[in-house]
Design a protein around this ligand. Structure first.
Ligand code: NAD
Length: 475
């Protein structure tokens, strides 16, 4: 645990093996914290917020510390990438990109908002008044993150929270606590005050739940599954904490007949096979027009077959393992469900490798909208391809919108009018046309419907850690 500027043993006194998913071997043990650890961490964060210098530091000083932290992480990108790669199986090349381009730059981007967002002066209906708003940091943030990109998932919350002047108790996923503990060393080294960042590793139902219920926490910033997100909403009703939820997805990829097909298929393969499909915005439902359907199915299968599968640390690896034995069973279980429902397994569908938790990249055809493999998030390298026939964009959008989720949508067409029309009809928080960037730190990211509440990234992401206060004065 990292509490009040110090590394401490867990008060709960439990430990857990960490397994390298590329080998299936234990490579480390991590301590698990519980309610008493959360109490200590929240007390430290509360004290740092209520009495400490952090929220009161002039913005240039807070910015200097966050930029120093960004530089310190950047100097150790290979080390951070290696930790996340061994811990969760993400290939090194992807891990380096995610840490460099997303984690480090998230800090710099949010540090840049400091001092640039203020309130406004309001002309009221009443004469002789002076009314203005100010933006206050929300307070103590409970950040709960999943395992699928450990440092980045944490940084997406830490960067705006710390920049806004909040203090944080972070609970990493119990499978992947290591990179954020290394981050804590750098937080200490650059001189961010004690109590500003606290880390309690632990299982969700124990440490996570204690954080969600804790009366000393002002906001829960959660990324994870929709089911846990729903439970968090129920729990926070008691204390009325602020909440943002980044949840699951079942994102559609629309490939229209006029698309640049090679690029579209390359990108559709990347959208589901990158990080072994363990991406919330994975493009898991492909809709291909009848005229290009056969080429799309064959092209996805060809890309799947050409991917270099291997240990995450090998430089040549494009497709690593899924995170755990349990996750592999879940993914392969879905393939069996799909078979049972009548889906055709065009390629993949099996475990792979002699050791570790590898799953072959899998393409399913003959899938129907009501099948579980089309409706439920698999969170693995499995894509279902459906055919659409006509050119009516309302009907096409309705096919894509036929999901309880609404995180991302991908559109491939060379007709600019079609692109804009379809983008407006799609019910997703982020729409990517012809390979437009996802996860740009300046672009709001989050879900419609059961994919979440609120936005991360961009100005909205930063403002998610501020409260508006109106000050109304009779002159
Ligand atoms: P999960 O919901 O099981 O766990 C996420 C985190 O919540 C972990 O830290 C876990 O320990 C904690 N947790 C579990 N139960 C809890 C409880 N009762 N109270 C408080 N915390 C609890 O999800 P997962 O399996 O770790 O991650 C995969 C899910 O995350 C997928 O559904 C994926 O779509 C989603 N995800 C979403 C985004 C996004 O931005 N929308 C990004 C990445 C992952």
């Amino acid at each position: 645990m990292f509490i009040d500027g110090q590394f401490r043993d867990s008060r709960l006194g439990q430990e857990m093996d960490l397994i390298d998913p590329s080998t299936g071997q234990v490579f480390a043990r991590a301590q698990l914290g519980g309610a008493a650890d959360v109490d200590a961490a929240v007390a430290a964060a509360r004290n740092a917020f209520d009495n400490g210098p952090w929220p009161r530091l002039p913005s240039p000083e807070r910015r200097r510390l966050l930029l120093a932290l960004a530089d310190a992480i950047e100097a150790e990108i290979p080390a951070f990438a290696e930790i996340d790669s061994v811990n969760m199986g993400i290939p090194m090349s992807s891990a380096k990109f995610i840490i460099g381009e997303l984690s480090v730059e998230s800090l710099r981007y949010n540090a840049g908002w400091m001092g640039k967002i203020g309130g406004e002066v309001i002309n009221t209906a009443t004469p002789d008044t002076h009314v203005y708003t100010v933006k206050d940091p929300i307070g103590v943030i409970g950040a709960i993150v999943p395992w699928n990109s450990p440092l980045m998932a944490a940084m997406v919350k830490l960067a705006p929270a710390l920049a806004a002047g909040c203090t944080v108790v972070l609970k990493p996923a119990e499978l992947t606590p290591l990179s954020v503990l290394k981050l804590a060393e750098l937080v200490q080294r650059v001189g961010i005050p004690a109590g500003v960042l606290n880390i309690v590793n632990g299982v969700g139902s124990v440490a996570g739940q204690a954080l969600v219920e804790h009366p000393g926490v002002d906001k829960i910033a959660f990324t994870g599954s929709t089911a846990v997100g729903q439970g968090i909403l129920r729990s926070v009703a008691a204390t009325m904490k602020r909440v943002t939820l980044e949840l699951g997805g079942k994102s559609p990829v629309f490939i229209l007949p006029d698309a640049d097909l090679d690029r579209a298929i390359d990108a559709a393969a990347a959208a589901i096979f990158r990080n072994a499909g363990q991406i919330c915005a994975a493009g898991s439902r492909v809709f291909a027009h009848r005229k290009v359907f056969d080429k799309v199915v064959a092209g996805l299968a060809e890309r799947a077959g050409a991917m270099a599968m291997g240990r995450s640390l090998d430089a040549a690896t494009q497709l690593g393992p899924v995170v755990s034995q349990r996750q592999r069973e879940r993914v392969l279980g879905y393939v069996e469900i799909g078979r049972g429902e009548g889906a055709e397994v065009v390629c993949g569908g099996q475990a792979a490798g002699d050791a570790g938790f590898f799953v072959q990249p899998t393409v399913l055809a003959s899938v129907k909208p009501d099948m579980r493999v089309v409706r439920e998030e698999i969170f693995g390298p499995v894509v279902g391809v459906q055919m659409f026939e006509d050119d009516d964009l309302d009907r096409l959008a309705a096919l894509g919108n036929d999901s309880e989720y609404g995180l991302a949508a991908y559109i491939w067409t060379t007709n600019v009018s079609t692109a804009h029309k379809l983008a407006r009809r799609v019910k997703s928080g982020i729409v990517l046309v012809n390979g437009g960037p996802a996860l740009d730190r300046g672009v709001p990211f989050g879900g419609f419907k059961m994919s979440g509440w609120g936005r991360e990234y961009g100005r909205e992401g930063f403002e998610g850690y501020l409260e508006t206060k109106s000050v109304s004065i009779a002159l």
